[in-house]
Design a binder for this molecule. Structure first.
Ligand code: GDP
Length: 483
């Protein structure tokens, strides 16, 4: 446990320096108070303004959340088939789909957008997503009540849906005149933030569009991508974002730690594994090996690249005859390597390597893998619970190596606040040119498809060129990332 020698530091870290509201029942979510004891203190300050905005948001959520009087009024409005001029409560309903990592980066983005535009975030909880996370907002719930009149949101809304903002404009169901009355608008608007098409819909963030979007009481967002960094590209959000996140690359780190506390059954798995296998390790090295099922590269190829990366970056302890006269020799050191993968063969091979060979430094190496699920099954609750437990365990490691483009890996290093090593070429049959792995310049996840910056006609620009704190991602050339 990393409790620090100073008890006061422990107390401060317990509530993540003010990010978490103390006003919760400890037993309902054990992780809320314990999870930070397992990792080093955050390298980033929490701005007082972020804390203030979160407390304001929580009060607003309590006032407008499920089963409140305001919620009932808003539901009646939705059922009536038209929008109304309402200043009390506005809502974003989040429809989730895809793997857990994708859902989490999209949830952080949607929460941030809701915070910036004064909307309540409600989440459609499919069976597979129940009891994975604790409730993040005190004395209320983020779960969309089952009486919500529109069902199966993730299935029912697509790029072509006539309710999407872009389609409403194209069909001339709405116009961009700022004096359009709220009553003349449809009962809700759909924001399609799905990974491969969302950039087309990103115009929704432009000033003229926002003037209209603000008038809708209900907004339905479907997303699987980390669109949050794109908000920095719009002046109406940028100023507030700078105040919320003085260190820009801390955005996911803080919001992820705030929103995602593992539910008790998930926390029990995390704690059991940590206490059994990791508690006595002097150093923990986490290796995430994500091999996609379609046309996967062979085991030999992937393993070869991992070893090449490890040798280049001195990631895993070097095997060979111990040299106890060397200054790096450390025979009392205990190193744990934790492998995270759907498959067991990488773990088996690495484990045998350290069983059959000694290390040059004389350190002792134990190798573990919590599960090997073989198939991704994001429609199963227990599968998702195990995925979250492993993202958390990976985030507790001292060194983190992830596979390029994997949101699973992004979540872990983002929560940890660590710059990962990125194994660049595991996804593909044919290796990408360039080094086999690189150290990331930032702890932020990558936004794989940047928005079209076309608020004014014919203004296509490269976001990484206009904003100095956005760069191309190391693992995906056309992606952007805050640093
Ligand atoms: P991405 O596809 O790598 O971006 O990550 P996602 O989390 O969105 O989707 C991958 C999903 O596959 C995870 O959520 C898990 O359900 C499953 N999965 C992939 N790798 C692992 C792993 O190492 N451990 C576990 N338990 N599940 C995994």
């Amino acid at each position: 446990l990393f409790q620090g020698t100073d008890k006061r530091i422990g107390e401060k870290e317990k509530l993540l320096r003010g990010l978490l509201n103390p006003d919760f029942d400890d037993h309902a979510c054990v992780a809320r108070y314990k999870s930070s004891l397992y990792r080093r203190p955050s390298p980033f300050e929490v701005s007082p303004y972020l804390v203030q905005r979160l407390r304001e948001y929580e009060n607003y959520h309590k006032k407008c959340g499920p089963h409140s009087e305001f919620y009932k009024i808003a539901i009646e409005q939705l059922k009536s088939g038209r929008n109304v001029e309402s200043t009390d409560c506005k809502y974003t309903v989040f429809a989730q789909a895809n793997g857990l990592g994708n859902r989490m980066v999209a949830l952080v983005s949607t929460f941030l957008y809701s915070l910036l535009t004064n909307r309540i975030l409600l989440v459609e909880m499919t069976e597979d997503s129940k009891n994975v996370f604790c409730e993040p907002f005190p004395k209320s719930s983020w779960e969309l009540p089952s009486d919500f009149p529109i069902k199966r949101l993730a299935w029912n809304f697509q790029r072509e849906s006539p309710e999407s903002f872009v389609n409403l404009l194209e069909n001339r169901s709405i116009s961009l005149h700022a004096n359009v009355s709220a009553e003349s608008l449809p009962p809700f608007v759909f924001f399609d933030a799905w990974s491969n098409t969302w950039h087309i819909h990103s115009r929704i963030f432009c000033k003229d569009h926002q003037k209209i979007v603000k008038k809708f009481t209900w907004m339905i967002t479907k997303s699987d991508c980390y669109y949050a960094p794109a908000l920095f590209l719009y002046p109406e959000f940028e100023n507030e974002l700078r105040e919320l996140f003085p260190a820009k690359e801390s955005m996911f780190h803080h919001l992820g730690r705030y929103l995602f506390q593992p539910a008790n059954p998930v926390w029990k798995m995390i704690e059991r594994f940590y206490q059994t296998y990791l508690i006595n390790a002097d150093e923990k090295i986490g290796l995430q090996i994500r091999v996609v099922p379609y046309e996967p590269p062979s085991f030999e190829k992937v393993y070869g690249r991992i070893i090449e990366c490890s040798e280049k970056e001195k990631l895993l302890p070097e095997v060979g005859t111990p040299n106890f006269n060397d200054s790096e020799s450390n025979p009392t050191k205990r190193t744990a390597i934790v492998v995270f993968s759907l498959f067991s063969e990488y773990y088996e091979k690495i484990k045998s390597t350290y069983y059959e060979n000694s290390t040059v430094t004389g350190e002792l190496v134990a190798v573990f893998q919590p599960t090997h699920e073989v198939l991704q099954n994001s429609f199963a609750q227990f599968h998702n619970q195990k995925a979250l437990a492993e993202m958390y365990l990976l985030s507790y490691c001292d060194k983190i190596a992830i596979t390029a483009m994997s949101t699973f890996g992004y979540i872990a290093h983002g929560l940890a606040g660590l710059q990962p090593w990125i194994l660049r070429t595991l996804f593909w049959q044919i290796p990408k040119p360039g080094p086999v792995c690189v150290r990331s310049m930032s702890v932020e996840p990558c936004l794989h498809s940047p928005p079209f910056l076309e608020c004014k006609p014919n203004t296509t620009v490269d976001p990484a060129e206009v904003v100095p704190y956005l760069r191309s991602c190391e693992d995906f050339d056309t992606g952007i990332k805050l640093f």
